[in-house]
Design a protein around this ligand. Sequence first.
Ligand SMILES: [Zn+2]
Ligand SMILES: [Zn+2]
Length: 649
Amino acid sequence: MHRKYIMQITFPDGSKKEFEAKSKGIDVAMSISEGLARNALAVSLDGKLTDLATPIEKDVSIKIITLKDKEGLEIYRHSSAHIMALAVKRLYPNALLGFGPAIEDGFYYDFDNIELKNQDIEKIEVEMKKIISEKLPFVRKEISQKEARNIFKNDPYKREQIEKLGEKETLSCYQLGDLIDLCRGPHLPHSGFVKACKIIRLAGAYWLGDAKNKMLTRIYATSFPSKAELDAYLEMRRQAEERDHNKLGRELDLFITDKTIGQGLPLLTPKGTMIKMILERFIEDEEIRRGYVYTMTPLMAKSDLYKISGHWDHYRESMFILTGDGPDDLYALRPMTCPFQYSIYNRTKHSYRDLPVRYAETSTLFRNESSGEMHGLIRIRQFTLADGHIICRPDQLEDEFLGALDLISYVTKTLGLTGLTYRFSKWDPNNKAKYIDNTHAWESSQKILKAILDRTGLPYYEADGEAAFYGPKLDIQFKNVWGKEDTIITVQIDFSAAERFGMKYTDNDGSEKVPMIIHRSSIGCYERTIATLIEQYAGKFPFWLSPEQVRLLTINEEIGAFAETVATKIRDAGIRVKVDKRGETLGKKVLDAQQEYIPAIVTIGNKEKENGTVSVRTLDGKVMQGMALEEFISKCQDLNGTRNLVTSF
Ligand SMILES: [Zn+2]
Ligand SMILES: [Zn+2]
């Protein structure tokens, strides 16, 4: 007589329980409670995610996965991707399938042999809903490579995967309705588990992310455990879209791009350029006040320079290389300002008393970003950085670093930037090829930087493998409206450049020493900072940052000449003003000015002319009648002078 084999299952709290052999995850969940069985999506067996319906073969530790777990939502969304694939196959039987993974806030699936337009989206969504209502089970099958080749003989992308997985692997596939898909799993028990899904957008994507491969049609979509959560997510997206600098910046006529000029090469319009100039004047004046001296150096240099700096070895793919007199005379557009300012330093001898030297430059730089990475004003191929290098004695390093941080905190506060985080970026000792190879210098400079950061009390976090190739840094990070994080400002310690470039100073004992270098920015690169400001303020800039601060609206044609004299007075006071003399109604002129987010909208009529007053309307809808012109001008000057973030009169 056979005795039934009994397995021992261990739960996350350490408790154990016995089950009959080949019990399933769902049986285990049911043994705990019916509610858990209802909410269970999959199980983790000794850390491996598995379907609820898969028989358990041996003693294991188990975790029941529900939507409360990160993996739960991933399984939910990945299963939704299969539902979408089945919907597409039902509607377009010739479609070929690529990959369909879950991603951060949803999932996608790639298709070939299909042409989709936006109006097709709804049709696919309707079919997905139908599949959900059919409650089709996800059925797992384990197959040999030979069987897999046969099942997917007409599916070139799946075939490629099968060949890649190799002979020995047992492959798994899943059947949902009529669709068999090659997949590791696990999946939801059946399609009815999905409660709310929505297709977000269509896009193109190269097979395996490689630009040499064919472009496939990618459908981005998402699913949520409830309609309310989906609606909240869609509302969040709508708001993000409204703030997205890449959309809003164009709508507000701050920048454009031009295909014939090239990707990643935005053009700032007069309005966008005005914002850049406001920021630039602010920074240049502030830096000069803080003891910086300005330089202006070439935008390109011979390869010799980059060989000394290390960029030729460590950064070459990211540079634009140019040819001078023949193939051996190579130049590169500069990706950084550092060595140019080192040359300025080296033009003369320095005593210990001359240090620190603080060089700044409004510096245009070039980086060959890959086409998939480029985005609006945030990731581009040419940009202008408020760059600078502090050359100091070792005993001055800490104070100079703190000084650079103080400037940054002043700048970010003045701009009203919020939601910034601080990243202490260290090297990766397991990937030495990426960095200058000097373990001792890395460890000691990271120790110094950590001590400085601890003194500031900044809430920083550490990140391995994010350092510059020449030293550790503090990165000030900003998340764009889509949640993507980028560095906007950085301060770095450099332990190797001074030596490489033969930089010296004479110490008080007469000996020659090598100085320390701090690379730093104050406001970051202007384009990226403008993008950040657009998103932060949703285009409604504070008064001092507005490219057009005041718009004068004439209420009839006769008042036009008088309005021009008022505009001249305002302009003479250093305020940016424009007159709207169009023959439109006042209502239309107000509406246009509001849509362009002009902070002070001023109407001029006969009454105002007689009394020497203005009527002011702010963006938040406040109206002030009969304000004396002189008073209005002085209030504007106040807002400019204090760089006030709130426009109030
Ligand atoms: Zn799958
Ligand atoms: Zn630098």
